[in-house]
Design a protein around this ligand. Structure first.
Ligand SMILES: Nc1nc2c(c(=O)[nH]1)N[C@H]1C(S)=C(S)[C@@H](COP(=O)(O)O)O[C@H]1N2
Ligand SMILES: [Mo]
Length: 320
């Protein structure tokens, strides 16, 4: 691949973060592009940008999604080495160190419950059927750190419309792989394995809700939840369940892992809310990885305009 970098630095010498920024500049304002593979650099020479214009395109994120303006991307290095994925250990550095045992291909996702097209879906078929697009989203962990990540993925909505939920489908439940051979952290009972999460149907159908298959224009690294993970940008990070093997459409509100583990601290909705503190710490501020000074946390993580109407009339202190 052709990367224009002063001084002819080879690909091997620059980080994926620099590579990505370069590629973004190179591609410029060509719009919403599927950065995964396929694009021939030569065909893009015409839309190369210069100087400030190019820089602005990078920072704006180009995905055109509200809430992502003027945000600097969190370096690839941080996104892929500072993780929560308890199946590989409870330390932030553990997933990057230990997730090599996960085999993300071949991978089957069982879709069941109240829908017309139940079945086992190969993840390759899914990515073929629902082409990935890029979305730059903030991820706000309940522990009060945050990142800005360029995800690749398809809207969960596309998959749900394909499987055709019936009128009894009120919630969507997701389950992570259970296999202590691949996920050695499951030998310890830190959580009730397998990890489970769920969304209400309107949340699942919201166009911001993404099934992520990649980040920074590359396939998802194992530690970030390969081959398929959920991203719900207005909710705390723990809702973004990784390495999904089962999706079920259900009638009643499902139990979820963190809610089961510590119900007084983690509710079903887990909407980012600076006004509702965690019982043991404030949620008013957050530390963006790579920054020292903490910044204020935004209501619904900055996506209020798109998602607040779903919670009209709900007491968000009760439904935390
Ligand atoms: N299966 C599974 N999914 C998970 C977790 C986990 O421990 N297991 N941790 C969650 C938490 S608490 C956060 S903050 C995000 C972190 O995602 P990242 O490591 O890609 O930043 O993943 C979420 N998804
Ligand atoms: Mo988290």
């Amino acid at each position: 691949m052709l990367i224009r970098k002063p001084g002819k630095i080879s690909e091997a010498e620059v980080t994926p973060y620099e590579l990505y920024l370069n590629r973004r500049k190179f591609i410029g304002q060509a719009g919403r592009l599927a950065l995964l593979g396929a694009i021939a650099p030569s065909s893009l020479a015409a839309c190369d940008l210069k100087g400030d214009e190019a820089e602005a395109a990078v920072l704006r994120g180009g995905s055109g999604l509200p809430g992502s303006q003027e945000e600097e991307l969190t370096p690839y290095e941080d996104v892929t080495t500072y993780n929560n994925f308890y199946e590989f250990g409870t330390g932030k550095a553990d997933p990057a160190r230990n997730a090599g045992t996960l085999k993300p291909r071949p991978w089957t996702v069982e879709i069941g419950g109240h829908c017309e097209r139940q079945g086992d879906y190969d993840v390759e078929d899914m990515t073929g059927r629902f082409p990935a697009e890029e979305r730059i989203y903030r991820l706000r962990c309940v522990e009060a750190w945050s990142m800005v990540i360029p995800w690749m993925g398809f809207p969960l909505k596309d998959l749900l419309e394909f499987v055709q939920p019936t009128s009894r489908a009120n919630y969507v439940e997701f389950t992570t792989l259970y296999d202590p051979e691949q996920m050695p952290g499951q030998r310890r009972r830190v959580l009730d394995w397998p990890y489970v999460e769920a969304l209400r149907m309107d949340e699942a159908m919201n166009s911001l809700t993404l099934m992520a298959t990649g980040l920074y224009g590359k396939e998802l690294p194992n530690q970030n939840g390969a081959p398929l993970r959920l991203v719900v940008p207005w909710k705390y990070g723990f809702k973004s369940i990784k390495s999904i093997v089962r999706i079920r459409l259900v009638e009643d509100m499902p139990s979820t892992s963190w809610n089961l583990a510590i119900p007084s601290e983690y509710g079903f909705f887990a909407n980012v809310n600076p006004e509702v503190d965690h019982p043991r710490w404030s949620q008013a501020r957050e530390r963006r990885l790579g920054e020292i000074r903490r910044r204020p946390t935004l209501m619904f993580n900055g996506y209020a305009e798109e998602v607040a109407p779903m919670y009209d009339g709900m007491d968000l202190r009760r439904w935390y």
